[in-house]
Design a protein around this ligand. Sequence first.
Ligand code: GLN
Length: 182
Amino acid sequence: MVVGVLALQGDFEAHSKMLQDLGADVREVRVPADLEGLDGLVMPGGESTTMTLGIKREGLGDPLRDFVRSGKPVLGTCAGMIMLDREHLGVMDTVCRRNAFGRQIRSFEEDLEIPGIDGTVRAVFIRAPWLAEYGDAVEILASVDGHPVAARQDNMLVISFHPEIAGESRVHELFLKNVAAQ
Ligand code: GLN
């Protein structure tokens, strides 16, 4: 079982470390060939404009779409959640509102309940997006002030916060459980 972490930009190292600590084999993904044979993929947080440019530069748009459509588990966090939406890769029936909670100064933490995870999840929000629009296939898993911040559609799980920064491993555990179950 090998899981990929998109490593063009953003906090991919923290995701790789967390997945390795949970016992997964991790491959950093920078070019299309890196996607071959992966059992799952994490799209990390970072800066969505820079990440979009990197995806274009490396010719990763279609390979990433194909990977998501293959049905393997994908976890998108923050900018990674933005990458999956209608206005970016166009694989998830969502539209994200960027920096929705305000800028860096508005970073905050919350304990969230997420179906499939026991107890509460420590969620660190940093210039976080929320889902401004979503279609019927999207299941909302958690909201803050009425705004969706965690959701699922088919094989895609998206969260607008950073568990890897808080040492919160249970979202990654859930992702790896989905990878093992396929
Ligand atoms: N606000 C960033 C963006 O729009 C995402 C922030 C994050 O990934 N922590 O790209």
